[in-house]
Design a protein around this ligand. Structure first.
Ligand code: G2I
Length: 452
């Protein structure tokens, strides 16, 4: 794995807290926990991982280009390097978008993952509609790989050499390559790629292989056999086109078993789709799912990192392919980071959304001999929130018994309350209040609350 990024910029977080007791109504001026704005690429770099995104060349300007350049240290051309894109007519080449993406990456200190060389889809019609002998097909494959990999020799960090070779049941997919050349096309493609660029890491990439299942085990057996035969194979790509709430529980174990074969593993095409419209409950689940995938990769040394298949919902393949589904990426269609974005940051050691301009204020609104009712108001002026969580420590044995307009949990003295599905958004100039009942004895001091 090759990474070359400057070290993490360390930023100090400041927690400002104040407290004031006003007569019988106790209030605490709350806090502003300064949240992280360290780019994902720097967080990833500090963990010796890469954070990538698929990109569309024509969009690499304005906000899209700014985010792609600032947040990610690996790029994968979403379509630009596919055979159908680069050689739509036999012998006529169009490298414009691929060249543009590679140049953008080099200008932004990013690595590029080439995608993809031997696949059954997005091939030019002259290739798929042609009638070829095995010898001709073999020559076409070798020539294509020599030309494309050779063009970018020394400039690309990795290639998805073979893409999606298996059916769901673990049998080989019937493709142009398999039907014409048998399983040998896989070793042939890898060998040709190694010859064309000895420094690029060579991967086999597939989907629905994130958890241990029949398809993944077929992939595992293939990689094992290729390694035993001395075929050049450096890594396995787990695409990870996932469904909300369905991160396979065996993901980390699966990554580890490939690593134990002596290959790297990359999450190459992560997205997590949901039924539209999205809401804050689904977005919170999505954030948890993104974090689970990130955590699994972070936990395994040979997992090189994670690439998202488009970073914004405005540039995702999901709505076209799965009507009624979408919102699968870490940024919304207007480039606002979603909870999933912050979940990725947190898994990489960063922190949650910026709470700049927003404060949380705790008050006790009524109190009797054994109980009390409290409330927290989150108000924004000069900032806004799309989700929130508020935490504090009860210093005198108080215990929350019931909460409304938030979900509150208490563990020992620590309380944490997160927004309900309907009140995560706090607009600039707006506020949200939630309440709770608690028990107390002796004293009921106002805690310092942290908004995060
Ligand atoms: O299908 C999702 C991904 C599964 N793994 C391999 C990836 O290469 C694949 O990517 C997608 C692209 O994100 C889509 O953008 O591959 C699709 C084709 O299988 C791409 O869709 C195609 C559309 O089908 C075409 O109509 C369109 O002209 O994208 C083309 C370029 O926008």
């Amino acid at each position: 794995m090759r990474t070359s990024r400057p070290s993490l910029r360390v930023r100090l977080t400041a927690v400002l807290a104040g407290a004031a007791a006003v007569g019988a109504l106790l209030t605490a001026g709350a806090t502003t926990a300064r949240a992280a704005d360290v780019p994902l690429r720097d967080l990833a770099d500090a963990k010796s991982k890469v954070m990538g995104t698929a990109v569309t060349g024509s969009k690499l300007t304005g906000t899209y280009g700014d985010i792609a350049g600032a947040q990610f240290n690996w790029l994968t051309p979403g379509n630009a390097m596919k055979w159908g894109s680069v050689e739509p007519t036999r012998g006529t080449y169009n490298w414009a978008e691929a060249d543009q993406i590679v140049a953008f990456a080099e200008a932004h200190g990013q690595q590029v993952r080439g995608h993809t060389l031997a696949w059954h889809s997005q091939n030019p019609s002259w290739l798929t509609n042609g009638t070829w002998t095995s010898a001709e097909l073999s020559q076409l494959l070798n020539d294509h790989i020599a030309l494309e990999v050779g063009r970018y020799k020394g400039r690309l960090a990795a290639w998805d050499v073979v893409n999606e070779p298996f059916n769901e049941d673990g049998t080989y997919r019937q493709t142009l390559w398999y039907n014409g050349l048998g399983t040998g096309y896989i070793a042939q493609a890898l060998t040709a790629a190694r010859a064309a660029d000895p420094d690029a890491e060579l991967y086999i990439n597939d989907y629905n292989v994130e958890g241990v299942n029949a398809k993944c085990t077929a992939l595992y057996n293939l990689v094992k056999s290729l390694k035993e035969q001395g075929v050049p194979i450096d890594g396995v790509g787990l695409q990870a086109h996932l469904i909300l709430g369905q991160v396979p529980s065996t993901l980390q174990q699966n990554i580890q078993r490939f690593a134990d074969l002596g290959v790297d593993v990359a999450i190459t095409e992560l997205d997590i789709r949901m039924t539209l419209p999205s809401d804050s409950t689904k977005l919170a689940q999505q954030a948890a799912d993104y974090k689970a995938v990130m955590n699994a990769c972070v936990a395994v040394t040979r997992c090189t990192g994670v690439t998202v298949w488009g970073f914004t919902d405005s540039d995702s393949w999901i709505p076209d392919t799965f009507p009624g589904q979408g919102a699968a990426t870490p940024y919304d269609e207007n480039y606002a980071p979603k909870p999933a974005y912050y979940a990725i940051a947190e898994a990489l050691g960063g922190s949650g959304p910026s709470t700049d301009g927003c404060t949380a204020t705790y008050s006790v609104s009524s109190q009797w001999n054994t109980g009390f009712t409290g409330q927290v108001t989150i108000a924004c002026a000069g900032g806004s929130l799309s989700s929130w969580k508020v935490g504090w420590e009860f210093g005198a044995g108080q215990q929350i018994t019931q909460a409304w307009n938030a979900t509150c949990t208490q563990s020992g003295t620590a309380v944490q309350c997160v927004n309900a599905s309907y009140n995560g958004t706090v607009a600039d100039g707006g506020s949200v209040t939630f309440g709770f009942n608690g028990s107390w004895s002796g004293s009921n001091p106002v805690p310092t609350v942290a908004l995060g």
